[in-house]
Design a protein around this ligand. Sequence first.
Ligand code: NAI
Ligand code: 13P
Length: 334
Amino acid sequence: MNDKAATIGVLGAGAWGTALAQMLASDGRKVLLWARETELVDEINAKRTNSLFLPSAKLAQSIHATGDIADMAGLDALLVVTPAQHMGSVLGSMPAHSRDLVLCSKGIEAGSGRLMNHVAQGVAPHSAIAVLSGPTFAHEVAAGLPTAVTLACSGGEDQWERIAPVIARPSFRPYYSNDVTGAEIGGSVKNVLAIACGVVEGLSLGQNARAALIARGYVEMLRFGEALGARAETLAGLCGMGDLVLTCSSAASRNFSLGKALGEGGRAEELMADRKTVAEGAHTAPVLVELAARHGIAMPIVTAVYDLLKGDDPRAVVSGLLARPLRAEQSPAG
Ligand SMILES: NC(=O)C1=CN([C@@H]2O[C@H](COP(=O)(O)OP(=O)(O)OC[C@H]3O[C@@H](n4cnc5c(N)ncnc54)[C@H](O)[C@@H]3O)[C@@H](O)[C@H]2O)C=CC1
Ligand SMILES: O=C(CO)COP(=O)(O)O
């Protein structure tokens, strides 16, 4: 595939899909953007805005929106940017084709416990899967601010050489990896930890507590990742530590802000019902707790987030975390 001639599309016109389309179109390249909401298709094509999910951006002329997923079928490369729980159904509704699928969602499928690359491979067995993940607030990418990501390619360096030039832009810099599992686990686990950091903020527990939570949460990410075959060096990179630092320290993160509202006394059910945007950590926490139990891995912070989402009192959950037995920093018991 000649990178200038490669045709490219984005599946999902939430904040992140729209921002990625805008980034790809920044050099005038044509980008086809599939939106689930009919009114959004019309708005993007007529007004060059996405008032539902990314109101801050004025979209490039070379982005064309469609509501017909069959339009995406013949493209060379597709960035898949649906919420994680809907990736299987959206990809499954598209005609089969062999292409590069670049997964940009961050989560684990509830019920099956599958990572997104397994979900995608299940419904699109002829496609070559890659994972794009890292510290990437959508509004900043849409504004052209400098951003770096991990681009983990299941097809190794051949796939990287094919897709990196199609995706890279002067202010959007992918780094190569072949650790698809690690790239996915970093993005999935950090969302749950961002909720925890938001709770710390909502309860006014201070900066020391937040730093401790990031460091201890990172240990949980490493422990879980290693059990599933991720490499520690991947989790130390953009898609793990990089994204953890971003989302655990900014109220611009939907996960962090959900946690903050929980810490301030909001009820999880009501907070979730009111949202039109996705806070993936809330969907990932229960399945992560299940997987951790299945693999015999201690994840006390992830479990605490799960308890909070079930409605437990935040102060009681924090007291429970602090009351655990004292142990060595590297203890596998958490
Ligand atoms: N917003 C961001 O800054 C970033 C988001 N991501 C990830 O990208 C993925 C998508 O997130 P956003 O674009 O932010 O979403 P969003 O919260 O802006 O928008 C919600 C999206 O969910 C879709 N949706 C709702 N119900 C659906 C259904 N039943 N079936 C299929 N799609 C449905 C909507 O069409 C819309 O695209 C998530 O996994 C998120 O973690 C990753 C990096 C950055
Ligand atoms: O993944 C993100 C940034 O890298 C976005 O985080 P939130 O979904 O918490 O807003």
